[in-house]
Write a protein that binds this ligand. Sequence first.
Ligand SMILES: N[C@@H](CCC(=O)N[C@@H](CS)C(=O)NCC(=O)O)C(=O)O
Length: 338
Amino acid sequence: MKKSVILGVATVAGLAAAAATAGTVDDVKARGKLNCGVSSGLAGFSLPDANGEWQGFDVAVCRAVAAAVLGDSSAVEFVPTTGKTRFTALASGEIDMLARNTTWTFSRDVDLKFEFAGVNYYDGQGFMVPKALGVSSAKELDGATVCIQTGTTTELNLADFFRANNISYEPVPIETNAEAQQQYLAGACDVYTTDASGLAATRATFENPGDHVLLPEIISKEPLGPLVRHGDHEWGDIVRWTLNALVSAEELGVTSANIDELSAGTDNPEVNRLLGTEGTLGEMLGLNADWAASAIKAGGNYGEVFAKNIGEETPIGLARGLNAQWTDGGLLYSPPFR
Ligand SMILES: N[C@@H](CCC(=O)N[C@@H](CS)C(=O)NCC(=O)O)C(=O)O
């Protein structure tokens, strides 16, 4: 068992090293499409709508990158991945990037040889239980059956938490969020544990969301963000600065409503550099001058993307919390565009 786990990790890292030699941006331009790995389905984050169009907070990152590189936010092939398949898909080159509520950890960066382009959602792991269970703290879960997605940080944190509190649990391993939802609602597990944003998204799709409670404990740090393979720095820069462009746009007051007007030139030099009317930032990335303007137009600035897909006015109802701008007491802080 131990041996196969080690071999599996070595294989992913080996694939990443091989695929890293090609220039991803050239591949994407030649193909005319970005291959973007997303989850297999999580409301608000990545899910096809009634017309089969992928929508969501993570999907928006893929669309912004496609718009920056190709000038077309619809030039994306969305590749659904599970917790287990996502890293092989990226390492093998099947996808150009992964935008799938994936936690930035030491071993995924250093050992699996990926590069996180930043954080698009600061999260932490939580627990959901049926109200009828009458539990008010995760520490009361001794002996519980727990639905848990394989190949995730969730699995590892859960083991740590129960061990640290000297309580036991019985894992019910599942592959996808849809399966978790089904098993949990069928009573196959007492508890569902995953990223708190994922719990909110899952509960929002229940017929009676009020019958389920999120327990107060957040047991881990889950900085979620898009990632690429190690070794292709040009491509890493494009994904990193596209995400930064969405964040900076919010900070600088650039929105989908005023971007056309601001693109004619403003008296704020950083806005001008961001939108490509001053300086040569696009050229430095090997992209058009309006690369960031295209990315922002794809779905709006970070705040607009958040509000539309997962914010308090949506059924998912997430507050900005840690994901507020640094100027509002949050952790979002883009380096400067200069
Ligand atoms: N952030 C954790 C967990 C990610 C994860 O797989 N979350 C689940 C539950 S929110 C998910 O996205 N499922 C969507 C799917 O099954 O396609 C990690 O990177 O390991």
